[in-house]
Design a protein around this ligand. Structure first.
Ligand code: GLV
Ligand code: GLV
Length: 319
């Protein structure tokens, strides 16, 4: 049997690239001098895509008429038009589960950094302020007594909730629906959740429905002691509304790992005192990224040997 031809859109981890080379005939879009020329040449042979940092839409799929599967790196797949894939009979997989604990750890770290201003305090020491000007100012916020409102209680959200409970925080949530067997208090709207908590943890995926769900009204409901943490997708928060709320002090602070545009240098946010900014590092340890890459390889291998994927995205699971 000839090896299936696959397309790799952007460089993947060495452990992934080696396995892809061993299992498949690999075409590297990122090596092409001209992407369109390369797609025109080999597009018809491609049966699978190992995907990262690339938009999959109808136009792209048209260039790959024999594609059977798009194996996307990452749990979020907002860069993949799943309707177009369904219409073109293309399976889509992502890499859930293997990153949940890592992202939950990062979320709690970001929360602690934001509440206790740990990044700012560290910079205080590095800048010589401790030696020259004395102690870092007392933080007006503390973890104790906070109520964490989780927007998106999926696998990552639940891992965050478990950690939050061990810190003594109360936990509530909002999502598409109340979940059976979950004891945390459910709120039917995001505004209601924000009004009932002082710490909003955004874990929801980036979809048309969640776009700018955290808007001025939600931030107002969160109130002046409110802290927003975003470990999900930048598009879920109206970043302009958030920046304005922080500038006016209508909320207390924010910790962001994701942004509307990435990569970015968010100048207005960088000027604010109680904001922690991370460069989308939620899952970014070598071990976790290797596990995610392995799942991309394993999805492709499974598909071409059994006709079944391992971790299809929910929209394509019935296939
Ligand atoms: C990272 O943001 C992911 O979706 O895995
Ligand atoms: C989303 O994650 C939900 O809980 O519906």
């Amino acid at each position: 049997m000839p090896k299936p031809d696959i397309l790799v859109t952007k460089p993947m981890l060495p452990i992934v690239e080696q396995q892809l080379d061993a299992e498949f005939t690999v075409h590297r879009l990122y090596d092409a001098e001209d992407e369109q020329t390369m797609l025109a040449e080999v597009g018809g042979r491609i049966r699978g895509v190992a995907l990262s940092w690339w938009q999959v839409n109808e136009a792209f799929l048209k260039q790959l008429p024999n594609a059977e599967i798009v194996a996307s790196f990452g749990v979020g797949y907002d860069h993949v038009d799943t309707d177009a894939c369904l219409a073109a009979n293309v399976m889509v997989t992502h890499t859930p589960d293997v990153l949940s604990e890592e992202v939950a750890d990062t979320a709690i770290g970001l929360l602690l950094m934001t509440v206790r201003e740990l990044g700012q305090a560290e910079r205080w020491l590095r800048d010589g302020n401790w030696a020259e000007n004395g102690a870092y100012p007392l933080t007006q916020a503390t973890m104790q007594g906070r109520t964490l409102g989780i927007f998106g209680l999926g696998r990552i959200g639940k891992s965050i909730a478990r950690r939050a409970e061990s810190f003594g925080l109360k936990v509530a949530y909002h999502g598409r629906s109340r979940q059976d067997g979950v004891d945390y208090r459910f709120h039917a709207s995001l505004v209601a959740l924000a009004a009932a908590c002082d710490t909003l943890m955004v874990v929801a995926p980036g979809t048309p429905e969640t776009r700018h769900a955290v808007n001025a009204e939600v931030l107002k409901a969160l109130g002046p002691t409110g802290i927003v943490i975003n470990i999900g997708r930048g598009s879920v928060i109206d970043e302009t509304a958030l920046t304005e709320a922080l500038e006016k002090g209508t909320i207390y602070g924010a910790g962001l790992d994701v942004f509307e545009e990435e990569p970015c240098r968010p100048e207005r946010l960088m000027k604010l005192p109680r904001v922690t900014l991370l460069p989308h590092v939620g899952s970014a340890s070598q071990a976790t990224r290797n596990a995610m890459g392995q799942l991309v390889v394993d999805n492709l291998k499974s598909w071409f040997s059994t006709g079944r994927p391992l971790t299809a995205v929910p929209e394509l699971k019935q296939k």
